[in-house]
Ligand binder design. Sequence first.
Ligand code: PGA
Length: 254
Amino acid sequence: MARKCIIAGNWKMNLDPDQGFELIEGIKAGFKPKANLEVVVIPPMPLVALAAHWVTDSTLSLGAQTSSSFRDGAHTGDTSPELLRILGCRYALSGHSERRGDHHESDAQVAAQAKAQVEAGLKTIVCCGESLQEREAGVHINKIKNQIGIIYDTLPPEYWGEVSIAYEPIWAIGTGKTASPVQAQEIHKMIRDHIESKAGAQVARSTAILYGGSVKGSNAKELLGQPDIDGALVGGASLKADDFSQIIQAYEVS
Ligand code: PGA
C-alpha cells in the first residue's frame, strides 16, 4: 500500500477571519479528492475554532501550528492539544523552525510536545531541518538525526504510526530558494533510514516525510515525484487558493 501524501498549508501568523474563510472556500472549490491524498489547512490559533466550521462539509483536514506539552492546567497562554482535538483538529505541527527560533524550543521540548499531541489523539507533524551555516559546516545530517531520533526515544511505540516528519531546510523557508529535488530526496532517504534504525522497517516504510521550504506550483510536481517525498508543508504559497490548489494538483496518484 502506497504511503499517504499530505499537502499541508501553514498559514503562520497571517489572514483575518474573512480572508481565512475566503481561502478555504477557494480551496474547496478547486479540490477534487484523490486516493491517498490528505489536504490539511493550518490556520493561526485564534482561527482554529472558526476554521473547524469552514471545513465541515469538505474532506479538508484541520491542523494547529503548535500546542502545549501539557494536557491542561495552569499554563497561561498555552494551548491544550486535547482542546484542539475537541475543536476538530486532526493534526498539529511540532518543532517548526520558527518556534524553535522564536521560542527557543529544544529537541526535548519538541518531543514532549509531540508526545502530548499524540496522547490527545492528534497526529503530529514533526519539523526538522538545518540552517545554511550548519549545512556548510557539514553538521546538518547529525542535527536532523538528533531532531528525529529523540521523537522515537520519547514516544511509546504504539504512537509511532501517528508521526509524520517535515524536512524544512531553514535556508529555504520563505526565501524563494528550494532544495533541489535531488538534495531533498537525499535527506528524505537519510531520514527514512534513521527512522528504520530507531523504529524498524515497517514504521519507516509507512511514515510520511513531507518537504517544506518555498514549495510552489512550479516546483511541486518534481519534488512530489521523488521516491521518499510524501507531501509538502507549504507556507507562503498556502495563502492564496490558486497557488495552493496548483500544489495539490501537482500530486499524481502513483
Ligand atoms: P514557505 O514556508 O513555503 O513560505 O517557505 C514553509 C514553512 O515554513 O512551513
